[in-house]
Design a protein around this ligand. Structure first.
Ligand code: ADP
Length: 580
C-alpha cells in the first residue's frame, strides 16, 4: 500500500514525541523521588543532631528504660521512628516496638556504616513494620568515642503519596504538551507534505502531456526553488514538445506525400511506419503495428529482409508485386534492428526497357537478312569486278557491311541476354565443356596468330548452376577479345573454387589496356582505340555483354591490365544456391 508523505512525516513526529514524553516522565519520577529522599535524609540528620544531646547522658548512665520512653514520646510526636542501638548491635530503645523483642541490628547496612563513623542511609522494607522505610543511622559520640548509634526512620508512604499526586499532575501536563505537540506536528507535517503533493500531482499531469500546469508555493525555501525550477522545466518541455510535434507532422506529411512506398520494420518485423503509397501498393488500409507479411506477402521480399538482417548491409532488389515492378531498397537503420524499405515503382521504366529491347531485337532481326544478302552480292561482285577503282570501293563496302553485320549480331546478343535477364534459364552447367567448345571456335584464329591456349581447372571444380547460353556468350566475348588484342603469346583460362562460389580467370599476353580506360571498358560501345577496334571488327559491345551476363548471375567482374604485358579478367560467380 502506498504510504503518503504526510503520514510518514506525521508518524515520525508522533514516534519522537511519544518517546520523548516517556523519557521525560520516567526521568522526572526518579528525579522527584531522589530529591524527596535527599531532603528527608537531611531533615533526619538535623533531627538526629538535635536528639543526640538528650540521648548521650542517658546512654552513658545506661538508663535504657528512660531512653526507650524518650524515643517513644518523641517518635510519636514527630511521626518518626527513633531507635537507639548499642555498639554491640543490641537495640536499647525503639519508638515503635519493644527493644527486647528486636533482633541484633549490628548486621544492618546503615548501622554498620554508622559504627564505622559515617552517616548510614538505607532504604528497605522494615522487618518489624513490613513497610518501605528510609533509615538514617548516625554514631553517638562521647569524647570522640562511639557509644551507640541513633537510627531515625521514616515511612516512605507519604513520599509515595506525594509522588502519586505529582504523577497525576505530570501526566496531565504531559498529555496537554503531547496534544499541543501533536497538533503542531500535524500542521508542520501538512505544511511540508502539501507542496510535495502539489509537485507530485503536477508532474503526473505533465506525464499525461498537460504542459499548462504550474506549481506556486508561498514558502521561501528549497521547495519553492524546486517548484520554480519545475515550472521553468515545464515551459521548456512545452516548447520542445510543440517543436517535436511540428517536426513530426512535417515528417509525416513528407512521408505520406512521397510517391515511393515507405515501410519501416522493427526488430520483430512489425510495421513501425508505412506511408499512403505503401498502403495503396498493398491495397491495405491500416498496417502499422502488424507483421509486414500480413499486408505484403512476397517470398522475394522475405528473402530481402532476411538478407539485410543476416549480412547487416543495405540491399537493393527488384520485386514484382501485384503486376507491378518495384525497386526495393532496404536499409538497416542506425539502431541496427530496424529496417527502412523504399519501394520505387519502376514498372513504366521496365516496360520502356522491354519495348526498347524488343525494338532492337526486331530491328537486328530485320537487318540481318538484307545485310547478309548485301555481303553475298558484294562478294559475288568482287569476283566479277576487275582490279582497279571499282574493286577498291567494293572492298570498302564489304568491310563496312561486315562491321554492320557484327554490330547487328552483338545487338542481337545484347537484346537476347536482356530478354533472358528477366527470366534466365538456370541449369547445371559444366564450365569445362563450355570453354572447350568455345576454344574450338577460335582454333583456326589461334593457329593463324600462333597463340597457344590452355585451360587450367582446380581439382574437384564443381558443377555450376547457371544459364548455359549466357555463359557461352560470356566466354566467346572474353576469348574473342583475348585473341583480337594479342599478336602472339598465350591465352589461359583458369577455373577455381572459393568459399562463396567459383572464380574464373581469362588471361592473355596481348596489348593490354591503358590504365585510364579501365573504368569505362564495360560501357556499351566504348572502345579504347577506335581505328584498331574497327580494323578488328570490334563493336564496343563485347564487354558490356560479359558484364551483363555476370550481373544476371549475381557475380562480379574485375580487370587488371598493363600495356604491352597483357590483360586478366576475373569473374566470381556465387555458389548455385544463392544464384537460384
Ligand atoms: P570490342 O568489340 O571493341 O572488342 P569490347 O566491349 O569487347 O569491344 O571491348 C572494349 C574495349 O576494351 C576494346 O575496344 C579494347 O580496346 C579493350 N579490350 C577488351 N578486351 C581486351 C583484351 N583482352 N586486351 C586488350 N584490350 C581489350
Amino acid at each position: 500500500m502506498k504510504k503518503s508523505i504526510f503520514l510518514k512525516i506525521f508518524s515520525g513526529y508522533i514516534f519522537v514525541i511519544i518517546i520523548l514524553s516517556g523519557l521525560i516522565l520516567a526521568f522526572s519520577f526518579t528525579k522527584i523521588r531522589d530529591f524527596y529522599i535527599d531532603g528527608t535524609t537531611s531533615d533526619l540528620k538535623h533531627l538526629g543532631i538535635a536528639l543526640e544531646t538528650s540521648i548521650v547522658p542517658l546512654l552513658l548512665d545506661k538508663n535504657y528504660r528512660e531512653l526507650d520512653t524518650l524515643a517513644k514520646t518523641i517518635g510519636k510526636r514527630i511521626n518518626t521512628r527513633i531507635t537507639v542501638i548499642a555498639v554491640n548491635g543490641r537495640v536499647i530503645a525503639d519508638s515503635e516496638a519493644d527493644p527486647n523483642t528486636m533482633e541484633n541490628h549490628k548486621g544492618r547496612t546503615e548501622i554498620a556504616q554508622a559504627l564505622e563513623g559515617g552517616v548510614g542511609r538505607f532504604l528497605r522494607i522494615s522487618d518489624t513494620l513490613k513497610k518501605e522505610m528510609l533509615y538514617i543511622a548516625m554514631p553517638i559520640k562521647s569524647e570522640n568515642r562511639i557509644i551507640g548509634v541513633l537510627r531515625l526512620s521514616l515511612f516512605l508512604k507519604e513520599m509515595s503519596d506525594i509522588i502519586n499526586h505529582f504523577r497525576l499532575n505530570i501526566f496531565l501536563i504531559t498529555l496537554i504538551i503531547l496534544s499541543i505537540s501533536l497538533f503542531i506536528a500535524y500542521l508542520f507535517s501538512r505544511s511540508l507534505s502539501r507542496p510535495i503533493k502539489e509537485l507530485s500531482s503536477a508532474s503526473q499531469k505533465v506525464a499525461q502531456q498537460d504542459f499548462n500546469v504550474r506549481v506556486f508555493l508561498k514558502s521561501n525555501d528549497e521547495l519553492k526553488e524546486l517548484a520554480d525550477s519545475f515550472n521553468s522545466m515545464v515551459i521548456q518541455m512545452r516548447s520542445l514538445f510543440a517543436q517535436l510535434t511540428h517536426q513530426k507532422e512535417e515528417l509525416n506529411s513528407i512521408i505520406s506525400s512521397l510517391q515511393e512506398g515507405l515501410l519501416v520494420l522493427d526488430r520483430h518485423d512489425k510495421v513501425l511506419i508505412c506511408n499512403d503509397s505503401f498502403r495503396k501498393m498493398t491495397s491495405k488500409v491500416q498496417t502499422e503495428g502488424k507483421f509486414y507479411w500480413e499486408a505484403f506477402r512476397e517470398p522475394q521480399f522475405d528473402e530481402l529482409i532476411k538478407k539485410v538482417r543476416n549480412t547487416r548491409q543495405n540491399c537493393v532488389e527488384e520485386i514484382e508485386f501485384n503486376q507491378r515492378v518495384f525497386m526495393c531498397s532496404a536499409t538497416l537503420l542506425e539502431t541496427e534492428s530496424e529496417i527502412a524499405v523504399v519501394f520505387h515503382d519502376i514498372t513504366e521504366i521496365k516496360n520502356l526497357e522491354r519495348i526498347k529491347t524488343d525494338f532492337v531485337l526486331n530491328v537486328s532481326h530485320e537487318l540481318r537478312t538484307p545485310l547478309t544478302a548485301i555481303k553475298g552480292f558484294v562478294e559475288t561482285m568482287e569476283e566479277i569486278t576487275k582490279a582497279g577503282e571499282g574493286r577498291r570501293y567494293l572492298s570498302i563496302i564489304k568491310r563496312n557491311t561486315n562491321r554492320l553485320i557484327n554490330i547487328v549480331a552483338d545487338l542481337l546478343s545484347v537484346s537476347e541476354l536482356e530478354t533472358k535477364g528477366v527470366s534466365p534459364q538456370f541449369t547445371e552447367v559444366d564450365l569445362k565443356d563450355i570453354i572447350e567448345n568455345v576454344l574450338k571456335i577460335f582454333d583456326q584464329r589461334l593457329k593463324d596468330k600462333a597463340i597457344s591456349a590452355q585451360l587450367l581447372i582446380e581439382e574437384n571444380f564443381p558443377i555450376v548452376f547457371a544459364d548455359p547460353f549466357s555463359i557461352e556468350q560470356m566466354f566467346i566475348n572474353l576469348i574473342d577479345n583475348a585473341v583480337k588484342y594479342s599478336e602472339k603469346g598465350k591465352i589461359t583460362v583458369s577455373l577455381g573454387k572459393t568459399e562463396e562460389g567459383v572464380i574464373i580467370k581469362v588471361q592473355d599476353t596481348g596489348t593490354g589496356i591503358p590504365r585510364e580506360h579501365l573504368p569505362r571498358i564495360f560501357e556499351r560501345f566504348y572502345v579504347v582505340d577506335k581505328s584498331r577496334s574497327k580494323k578488328m571488327g570490334g563493336t564496343g559491345l563485347g564487354l558490356s555483354i560479359v558484364k551483363h551476363v555476370v550481373l544476371v548471375h549475381r557475380g562480379a567482374i574485375s580487370v587488371e591490365s598493363s600495356v604491352g604485358q597483357g590483360t586478366t579478367f576475373t569473374i566470381t560467380l556465387p555458389n548455385s544456391k544463392s544464384v537460384r
